[in-house]
Design a protein around this ligand. Structure first.
Ligand SMILES: *[C@@H]1O[C@H](CO)[C@@H](O)[C@H](O)[C@H]1NC(C)=O
Ligand SMILES: *[C@@H]1O[C@H](CO)[C@@H](O)[C@H](O)[C@H]1NC(C)=O
Ligand SMILES: *[C@@H]1O[C@H](CO)[C@@H](O)[C@H](O)[C@H]1NC(C)=O
Ligand SMILES: *[C@@H]1O[C@H](CO)[C@@H](O)[C@H](O)[C@H]1NC(C)=O
Ligand SMILES: *[C@@H]1O[C@H](CO)[C@@H](O)[C@H](O)[C@H]1NC(C)=O
Ligand SMILES: *[C@@H]1O[C@H](CO)[C@@H](O)[C@H](O)[C@H]1NC(C)=O
Ligand SMILES: *[C@@H]1O[C@H](CO)[C@@H](O)[C@H](O)[C@H]1NC(C)=O
Ligand SMILES: *[C@@H]1O[C@H](CO)[C@@H](O)[C@H](O)[C@H]1NC(C)=O
Ligand SMILES: *[C@@H]1O[C@H](CO)[C@@H](O)[C@H](O)[C@H]1NC(C)=O
Ligand SMILES: [Cu+2]
Length: 623
């Protein structure tokens, strides 16, 4: 006993001796920028500059990021480090995870929050981004690389490339237009462009004979993207912070949130021309493709500036389907399949209109609605009640996980879109991943349920892999399913959500409350946490509705709107509201990416609509 204690002490001192501390001091504020060269807009800079810096650390280092809210227009913020486990066994790590109203209060103007954590267990390609509405779409994002002194591959140069979709309007404007009854089909906002490392028309220099490690990250809000090389091979070596057995391909696919590191070997001899690296949107994710939209751009792989430029690549011969499939990749360090589960969570994904005419996204019948105080505050201030689901309210899709249980998450997609799901605090084995089941463009929405192939445990579509792929973000294909497994070895309050941020805004989220009593022993809310809550006017104790006198009083808890009246289908609503608006105002323009202009007199439209509903004997939705 004594011996093992001193051994632990020795190991701790040894690792402290080499680990560095990186102290970063950032003030977030609006700055003017013109990322695509076509439109100047406000982007979110750190210390007055945009793009934001990439953060480089080494395995085991400590990171202290002071984030000050310097916005001059009341915008609140928060910062998440995507893919980092924030292992709570290290003490007080959960309050560093970042999602607003889950593990912290929003940071209001003038306040500073310290993100203070270590990265002892992980290496590879991660990123940081605001976790407050769709805010990171305005550029509050960057790469976070954890270097490994013992990297299992060699290269001459490292290049980091963040891919993103780009909107000319600011995130709050786009969000408001999207979550509107004037967009009853829930058509996602179509970006105006795609960015390659925060800009366009990039030239990458290649030297014959050299090998390049490219770390690609999709830090966008919405569309997945392909990278396709002309006459060069990519060897995939890392995926979402997991080394994989090297696999050669000419095309890769990254959904929002995903990362891939690839080795690219330059031509051995000086070629007589330059080559194309194509960056391509996954256009199947767009409801409408506006004719002027550039779906791709050609990045120059340049051997010589005097050599002929590469033309855009014809990709007809590329096997894009293989690129979308991460099921075949195997982790380099062999980790056997978690062969059984202790607890299964089945979640059906649906998109449905509620009574306010807005299209929401659901896990089972619940769309996530932000509670009045962060779920972490509720857990840590509720004592013995922390395991009682009632105190968390009924609109956060809470799932309780027992310490060290093996959890199986089954996701069935009753929607025709692709959804990249991301789990905080863990990664997971992908034990089943069905293909998409194609849906006719003119399908009848009421037929959607019949198209879907849900997971059937007695007849899995694929054999279970012996060593399944491990990721932190996985794409659920249209009308298909995925099955994920992980061990609940990190007590916490972990957000599980779609990384298409528009779908997250529609409520496609759940909270995994993992071993709450163990977490209470590990985590204490620090002064800084309490201060930023107080500054935001958010109670520092209480249930989801902020009450701490009666823990079962949920009066005032925000909840999802009522369902649409019976017999009044979403399609009926769409047809009705569109024809109604055209009829009355004649200014509705669905041409504008299916969103249309915001009608100036919003309230009036709605009241008139209610009157017409009543006149036609359609049950009038209550307020
Ligand atoms: C961060 O920068 C601000 C502004 O330059 C300064 O006032 C503050 O003291 C700095 N904080 C730390 C911890 O370095
Ligand atoms: C990229 O090229 C297009 C077409 O030439 C041009 O309109 C745009 O301004 C360029 N963008 C940047 C950031 O260079
Ligand atoms: C967190 O740390 C504990 C203790 O070292 C370990 O058992 C567990 O696997 C870790 N969990 C994650 C998700 O890294
Ligand atoms: C960060 O956390 C470590 C470990 O708890 C602590 O020693 C250190 O003082 C903290 N940093 C700051 C600036 O508070
Ligand atoms: C992308 O931008 C970052 C800085 O913003 C830079 O360090 C990196 O080298 C750029 N990548 C490429 C491939 O140019
Ligand atoms: C790469 O993946 C394919 C499956 O797409 C597999 O057949 C092949 O064996 C893998 N190659 C290596 C070198 O692991
Ligand atoms: C790139 O986009 C243009 C139009 O924006 C289209 O004509 C071309 O086929 C696209 N190329 C690829 C490889 O998809
Ligand atoms: C969801 O369905 C369950 C069971 O049918 C029901 O008890 C619950 O109230 C529903 N929740 C909401 C928010 O509608
Ligand atoms: C699941 O598969 C089993 C075995 O093939 C089959 O008997 C059963 O009908 C299937 N269940 C559903 C709901 O399709
Ligand atoms: Cu989604």
């Amino acid at each position: 006993m004594k011996l093992s204690c001193s051994l632990v002490w020795f190991i701790l001192t040894a690792s402290v001796a080499v680990a560095k501390t990186h102290t970063l001091n950032y003030t977030a504020s609006w700055v003017k920028a013109n990322p695509d060269g076509l439109h100047e807009k406000k982007m979110i800079g750190f210390n007055g500059e945009w793009p934001l810096p990439d953060i480089h650390v080494e395995k085991g280092d400590r990171v202290q990021v002071y984030l000050t809210n310097g916005f001059d227009d009341g915008t609140a913020t928060s910062l998440h480090f995507h893919g980092l486990f924030q292992n709570t066994s290290l003490g007080n790590q959960l309050q560093m995870d970042g999602p607003s109203m889950v593990t912290q209060c929003p940071i209001v103007p003038g306040q500073t929050y310290l993100y203070n954590f270590t990265v002892p267990e992980q290496v590879g390609t991660f990123w940081y981004h605001a976790h407050m509405g769709a805010q990171y779409g305005d550029g509050m994002r960057g790469a976070f690389i954890i270097h490994d002194p013992e990297e299992p591959f060699q290269y001459d140069h490292e290049k980091i490339v963040i891919l993103a979709d780009h909107y000319h309007e600011n995130y709050n404007v786009v969000t408001q237009e999207f979550l509107s009854r004037y967009n009853p089909t829930g058509a996602e906002p179509v970006p105006q462009n795609i960015l390659f490392n925060n800009t366009m028309n990039v030239t990458l220099d290649f030297t014959p004979g050299e090998t390049y490690l490219f770390r690609f990250l999709n830090v966008g809000l919405f569309v997945s993207q392909y990278i396709i090389l002309e006459d060069h091979e990519m060897t995939v070596v890392e995926v979402d912070g997991i080394y994989v057995k090297p696999n050669v391909t000419d095309s890769i696919y990254l959904s929002a949130g995903q990362r891939m590191s690839v080795l690219i070997k330059a031509k051995d001899k000086m070629p007589t021309r330059n080559y194309a690296m194509m960056q391509l949107m996954d256009e199947t994710m767009l409801d409408v493709v506006p004719p002027e939209l550039q779906l791709n751009q050609t990045i120059q792989m340049t051997y010589g500036h005097a050599l002929p430029q590469a033309a855009a690549l014809n990709i007809e011969d590329c096997d894009l389907d293989r690129a979308t499939n991460d099921f075949y990749l195997e982790p380099l360090v062999e980790r056997d399949l978690l062969s059984h589960y202790d607890h299964q969570i089945v979640m059906d994904v649906r998109m449905i209109n509620l009574d306010d005419g807005v299209k929401y996204a659901f896990f089972n019948n619940i769309t996530y609605v932000t509670p009045k105080i962060p779920t972490l505050t509720t857990l840590l201030t509720s004592g013995k009640l922390a395991s009682d689901s009632r105190i968390y309210g009924d609109n956060i899709n809470a799932h309780f996980l027992k310490h060290n249980d093996i959890i199986e998450v089954v996701l069935n997609n009753y929607d025709s879109g692709r959804h990249p799901f991301h789990l905080h605090g863990h990664n997971f084995q992908i034990v089943q991943k069905s293909p998409g089941f194609h849906i006719d463009e003119n399908y009848d929405e009421s037929e959607q349920d019949k198209m879907t192939v849900p997971y059937n445990e007695s007849a899995p579509l694929q054999p279970f892999p012996e060593r399944p792929m491990v990721r932190d973000t996985v794409v659920l294909e249209p009308s298909g399913h995925v099955v994920l497994r992980f061990r609940a070895d990190n007590p916490g309050v972990w957000y599980f959500h779609c990384h298409v941020d528009w779908h997250l805004q529609q409520g496609l989220a759940s909270i995994f409350i993992e071993a709450p009593t163990v977490l209470q022993e590990r985590e204490t809310l620090n002064e800084n946490y309490l201060d930023i809550c107080q500054a935001a006017g958010i109670p520092v104790a209480g249930n989801a509705a902020g009450h701490s006198n009666d823990w079962f009083d949920l009066d005032g808890l925000p909840r999802q709107p009522k369902p649409l009246p019976k017999g009044f289908t979403a399609e009926g609503y769409v047809a009705f509201i569109v024809s109604f608006i055209i009829g009355v105002w004649g200014l509705y323009s669905i041409a504008q990416y299916g969103i249309g202009e915001v009608i100036p007199n919003d309230e009036k439209v709605y009241h008139t609509l209610r009157e017409i509903l009543a006149e036609n004997d359609i049950e009038v939705p209550r307020n």
